[in-house]
Design a binder for this molecule. Structure first.
Ligand SMILES: CC(C)(COP(=O)(O)OP(=O)(O)OC[C@H]1O[C@@H](n2cnc3c(N)ncnc32)[C@H](O)[C@@H]1OP(=O)(O)O)[C@@H](O)C(=O)NCCC(=O)NCCS
Length: 385
């Protein structure tokens, strides 16, 4: 690991500046990059806006894994591979069935993804084929869990359907409407990768120890679960529900900020302006929700930005991807507690791309810490303490 910042001032100031690893560069990557000041995100050279409006999730998987958009033959081969790899091994289905129905869906995904790795002996240096396998079966795990907890039968994947459509089909047993498929596919494109975020870093750290791909992905799911990362959209839904009416926006936000609460769906470590994905999702949310609900969401966004920037002008806090994700995912019929797992269904493409990149030119990621404790203590036997 190398630091982009040189020690300046006292050692204490330097170590404090590393708290949270702001501005520390941990890897060179060609997979994606966030330009925080400009509000831009690119995947392998392409602006996210271009990909969101024109590419499918499967094309984006190819782009992230191989560094270029697929030609027709390459896309056909990838589609066939993904569609043939959706079914879970029997041992993973048994684990899925054994989970209590009130299991957190992220815990279920993490556990069953681990079971797939164990049952299929995903081992050795991570491969493209293993990445395809894990991406292909994530929707099967989440949809299967969602059905079992409601006492419903599992639905077999439909090889005629693309990734997004098949996920919705396995959740409901109904062929989804085209507008839902398009919305979900665009969401999957938007969330597929995002520079050196916490879960991607986690995956790369595990990869750097020469562990296997399933272990990298299971670790990444754990990192994504937290509300400061992928757990926020579920909380955005709760927040908007609590606010309830346009009239309540100002008092609710004032009250939350006055009591040092966080507004979910706002702020970002890297962006100093609106997240470009939030701009796209806002347009989608406008199409997908009722005028009343959109007025509530937009009113909350406008007042939150105004108030956050009044209170923290130096931070420049804006809407992040999670704010309108909640509205878009609700509009395709997903329950709020499946939002984080749906984020993972998308991001597993990016995680695996980063792992493949890490192992292609690996060096163990092993940072240093600053020891802040005491030294020179003398051991006292237990009966003398
Ligand atoms: C995303 C997030 C974790 C980034 O964290 P970060 O880079 O460490 O930002 P900081 O915590 O340093 O924020 C700086 C200040 O702004 C405040 N702030 C940041 N985001 C805020 C938010 N959404 N609501 C209220 N205050 C916020 C912090 O409380 C902090 O105030 P302080 O200096 O008085 O302690 C943070 O903005 C957040 O918690 N947002 C809400 C959760 C969320 O939307 N998560 C999804 C991320 S995509």
């Amino acid at each position: 690991m190398t630091s982009a910042t040189k020690p300046e001032g006292s050692a204490k100031q330097f170590y404090e500046s590393l708290n949270g690893l702001d501005d520390v560069v941990v890897a060179a990557t060609k997979v994606s990059h966030v330009f925080g000041e400009e509000g831009r995100l690119i995947y392998s050279g392409y602006e996210i806006n271009q990909l969101a409006s024109q590419a499918t999730y499967e094309e984006v998987c190819h782009l992230l894994w191989k560094g270029h958009l697929p030609n027709a033959a390459e896309l056909d081969a990838l589609n066939r591979a993904l569609r043939s790899q959706r079914t879970l091994p029997a041992a993973a289905v048994a684990v899925l069935r054994a989970l209590p129905s009130d299991t957190n869906p992220m815990d279920a995904l993490r556990t069953v993804a681990s079971a797939v790795g164990a049952a299929e002996r995903i081992a050795g240096k991570p491969t493209f084929e293993q990445a395809v396998r894990l991406v292909a079966c994530f929707p099967t795990i989440v949809a299967g869990f969602s059905r079992l907890r409601q006492g419903q039968d599992l639905i077999a994947p439909d090889p005629e359907l693309g990734h997004a459509a098949n996920y919705l089909f396995m959740l409901t047993g109904q062929r989804p409407p085209e507008n839902h498929v398009k919305s979900l596919d665009t969401y999957l494109v938007l969330l597929a990768d995002h520079g050196m975020n916490a879960s991607t870093f986690t995956a790369r750290v595990i990869a750097s120890t020469e562990s296997d791909l399933a272990s990298c992905i299971v670790g990444a799911i754990g990192a994504l679960k937290g509300p400061l990362h992928g757990g926020a959209p579920e909380l955005v839904s709760g927040m908007l529900k609590e606010i309830g009416t346009v009239d309540n926006i100002k008092p609710w936000i004032d009250n939350t900020l006055n009591s040092h609460g966080k507004l979910m769906g706002f702020g970002h470590r890297i962006y100093r302006t609106t997240d470009p994905r939030a701009e796209i999702l806002r347009d989608m949310a406008k199409q997908a929700s009722t005028p009343e609900f959109f007025a509530l969401a937009k009113g909350t966004e406008d007042y939150a930005i105004e108030e956050l920037n009044k209170r923290k002008p130096e931070r420049r806090l804006y809407t992040n991807v999670e704010f309108y994700s909640a509205t878009v995912l609700s509009s395709v019929g997903l329950s709020p507690d499946l939002f984080p797992t749906t984020f993972a269904i998308s991001r597993v493409a990016g995680w695996s791309a980063h792992v493949l990149e890490q192992v292609a030119n690996n060096r163990l990621i092993r940072p240093q810490s600053k020891y802040a404790g005491e030294q020179g203590k003398l051991f006292i036997p237990i009966n003398a303490r």
